[in-house]
Design a protein around this ligand. Sequence first.
Ligand code: TMP
Length: 213
Amino acid sequence: MLITFEGIDGCGKSTQAALLAERLRKEHIEVLLLREPGGTELSEQVRSILLNKEFTRPLAAEAELLLFAASRAQLVHDVILPALSRMDIVILDRFTDSTVAYQGFGRGIPLSHISHINALAASELEPDLTFLLDIPLELALKRRKDTKNDRIESESEIFYAHVLQGYMYQANLHSDRINVINGEDSIEEIHNNIWRLVEYERGNDIFNAHHVE
Ligand code: TMP
């Protein structure tokens, strides 16, 4: 089962992805927690290019899109597909929905291009379950105020407003798998909501999941 976490920077998704992984492991379920971009040697190197603020010229939107795609293709090929074939649960901190939101809505690349490139990079893989942590833009900016922002986090408020729009667009389009979670609730409340939904999704699937003795 592939579970993804999505949302704008500062929404709290990484904390929740880690909490879910921890809880599943307590249940003796084999879990792989990964973040994008990253997770393979190549993908980590691409990550450092993508988040580097020191470029003297801005990265072209198309180059940015293809770098995210290259990082994803390697991760899917080397790590995600093998893990899913072992019936592990894979938790991904960001996946193809980030590309639609950031490169599609944020950078303005036509969604038809994004969807082809996403399909290619992800080997047509789609998440079974997605948690979109929804917080107002002002709160995200406040949370990030005291941290060192990377290249993308240093983008304008307008950019992030478009990214948020992109996420909401997808939540409507893929309401079968995307669960919009109120990111303003406490960490514990959010985790419990997520856990309930994962339990429901696992349903019969739990018996197929690989148990560690
Ligand atoms: P992180 O800070 O959540 O690790 O994500 C890295 C940044 O990369 C974050 O600002 C969102 C951005 N991103 C994209 O713009 N497109 C993508 O496809 C992915 C996976 C991330």
